[in-house]
Design a protein around this ligand. Structure first.
Ligand SMILES: NC(=O)c1ccc[n+]([C@@H]2O[C@H](COP(=O)([O-])OP(=O)(O)OC[C@H]3O[C@@H](n4cnc5c(N)ncnc54)[C@H](OP(=O)(O)O)[C@@H]3O)[C@@H](O)[C@H]2O)c1
Length: 235
């Protein structure tokens, strides 16, 4: 199979790590399906990429119905060989300050959104006999940070789900690859935080390159967990 026949569905593709992942996977010549809610940002990215093997599929991952519709649209003419579960939001507040709406949004996007996309691609990957599910977690799964209880719950919940999933799908030649980054310069951080700390944050491009290299790993090896931090440590 040539690279242009290998389909990569990337969620949260309109900015940050997801946008960098689009560019990295695209540079290898894969067939990219880019999803996010902001259509204008996706269209701008399409202009920039200028590839016949890049299509935008606007999708709110927090809506199971929307995920299902998007999956159907993509697979009406393509295979999905790799799903990159990257869409995510946070809320930098204490547990007491967080509103129920903010907590729902974080859990629905980061945890349930990833589960919805996985649930749609699994039968498809089993049918085609292989697949790769790359998930963007966070160092909050291994270290405690205040002002991030809902976010931590969403990423730790997802980690638990993925550990079980990985064991269930081994026999179907489906790889589950978790990337666990520390502070990465993106819109997830407030402008003030970026202005103060950007010199020590990782670039989204560096994180995206890890995804592509794990995806390209040959033979029967799978890099299951990748933890990366800025060399100066956490912020
Ligand atoms: N930046 C960091 O320091 C860091 C560290 C560890 C892990 N991460 C993880 O990295 C991933 C990417 O974040 P980022 O840092 O690149 O931040 P970002 O620039 O804010 O990107 C987040 C992406 O997720 C999309 N998104 C948010 N809610 C969505 C929804 N309901 N449906 C579909 N797409 C949605 C956004 O697009 P739309 O708004 O257009 O929908 C955007 O493309 C997240 O999972 C985050 O938790 C980030």
């Amino acid at each position: 199979m040539s690279n242009k026949q290998i389909g990569i569905w990337i969620t949260g593709a309109s900015s940050g790590i997801g946008k960098a992942a689009v560019k990295e996977f695209s540079s290898v010549g894969f067939n990219i399906f880019a999803s996010a809610r902001r259509v204008t940002e996706l269209e701008r990215l399409k202009e920039e990429i200028k590839s016949d093997h890049f299509e935008i599929y606007p999708c709110n991952v927090a809506s199971q119905a929307n995920v299902e519709q998007t999956f159907k649209k993509i697979t009406s003419g393509n295979q999905i060989n790799c799903l990159v579960n990257n869409a995510g939001i946070t809320s930098f507040k204490t547990a007491e300050e967080n509103t129920i709406k903010e907590i729902d949004d974080v859990i629905n996007t980061n945890l349930l959104g990833s589960i919805y996309t996985i649930k749609t691609v699994l039968p498809h990957m089993k049918k085609i006999g292989s697949g790769t599910i790359i998930n963007v977690l966070s160092v909050v799964t291994g270290k405690t940070f205040t002002n991030s209880s809902a976010y931590t719950a969403s990423k730790m919940g997802l980690l638990g789900y993925l550990k079980v999933l990985r064991e269930e799908v081994r026999d179907y030649n489906i790889r589950v690859i978790n990337i666990t980054p520390g502070a990465t310069e993106s819109a997830m951080w407030t402008r003030e935080m970026r202005e103060e700390h950007n010199h020590r944050m990782m670039n989204p491009e560096s994180v995206a390159r890890l995804m592509v290299s794990a995806f390209l790993q040959k033979d029967n090896i799978v890099t299951e967990e990748i933890i990366v931090r800025p060399i100066e440590g956490d912020i």
